[in-house]
Design a protein around this ligand. Sequence first.
Ligand SMILES: NC(=O)c1ccc[n+]([C@@H]2O[C@H](COP(=O)([O-])OP(=O)(O)OC[C@H]3O[C@@H](n4cnc5c(N)ncnc54)[C@H](O)[C@@H]3O)[C@@H](O)[C@H]2O)c1
Length: 392
Amino acid sequence: MNPPIVPISRREFAKTAVLGGAALASGAATPADADTRPKRVRIGLIGCGSVSNSYLPVLTTSPFAEVVSVCDIKPDRAKRQADRFKIAHHYPHIDAMLAGEPFDFMITLTDMQVHEQINRRGLAAGKHVWSEKPIANTLAAGQELLRTAKAKNLRLWGAPITVQSPQFAFMARTLAAGKLGRVAAAHADYGHGGPDWSAFFYEKGGGSLPDLAVYNLTSLTGLLGPVKHVTAMLSIVTPERTVGDKGRIKVIAEDNAMVLMDHGQGVISHVQSGFNYFNPHGHEGRKETRHTISIVGSAGFMGLVGYDWEPLGVDLATQESPAVERLVTDAQGYIWQQGAALAAECLATGRELLVTPEQALHVLEIITAARESQATGKRIALTSTFKWPIIA
Ligand SMILES: NC(=O)c1ccc[n+]([C@@H]2O[C@H](COP(=O)([O-])OP(=O)(O)OC[C@H]3O[C@@H](n4cnc5c(N)ncnc54)[C@H](O)[C@@H]3O)[C@@H](O)[C@H]2O)c1
């Protein structure tokens, strides 16, 4: 059974997840706290590559999580992370992890193309699932996973968590209050030189849309609402690459993408992403300070300072107050790496996230529609939607 849903403010939520973890990690909890300690959700994490180095430090210090197992088809990686993060069990295959040490919550951090099959296995085995993007390879498959989860009273979530940031919350509230007047247009962009460690980013089912544009698509749909139609142009700028796991490879998936979205009521937005973007801040993108999202209306302008996954503030100018003002420069505990830990907190306490599988699947439909638009030269109508607005 899932616990009852108890609303909590995003500031309070992010702080309990991060600070609670820090308190336990520092040994601040005493035996007297034992009775009041929250239930820890038992976790099996699959995929021990690059991003596991971002997830595991947060999960292993969260008061709501206990990582009992890690798994990777490259068994040395599973063993290395088990040793490094003091995790009791490590497995070379999902079958072995599901048959091994019992757990309740599976976290999928593998190559993008296999998320769908792994998430399906996890749900079939009765596990709640948090998946790196995308949850599935197609909208239909993702909807089937969500139906399975709901039928079994399980939870399914997908990264990214840009809607959890205080900057997103401020922008959503500003739009809802009508401070920009009639909203007309928005632009968002995210790119770098492309990952150089794994081939899957460039193979069928990979690409800059599900790896990078997904952040901007989540933020813009979260701010402006579900999309009705998509038009896109995609291309491959660098046809061959050298990557760590496979050497010289042919690039099959888009490494350059322009997506136009119609949100209805005249609102049009645009996302661009790619693996050929010079970026002085490198792949990590740390401390990017330009506007990566801008929204303009008849009575105001808003620019997100930095990337939506690591925002540093919001610049706002309105008819009433035309001098650009920088606001919301405090992250309030939000970090992009905390999504699965917030989901564990949700499972343990019933405190609900703003991240929903319905929105993740809508973003997945935008990505597949962009590919269809490129292939056919047509404007593609979307069928999915999600609950909007997203106001903390
Ligand atoms: N690397 C990052 O900084 C980063 C940041 C945010 C999100 N992501 C997302 O995280 C996911 C993983 O990316 P990554 O960079 O960690 O890739 P990676 O190649 O470094 O790691 C993927 C790991 O999954 C393992 N794997 C593949 N198939 C498996 C299977 N069937 N069973 C068990 N293990 C399997 C691989 O052996 C590998 O160790 C992707 O969806 C990516 O978009 C990555």
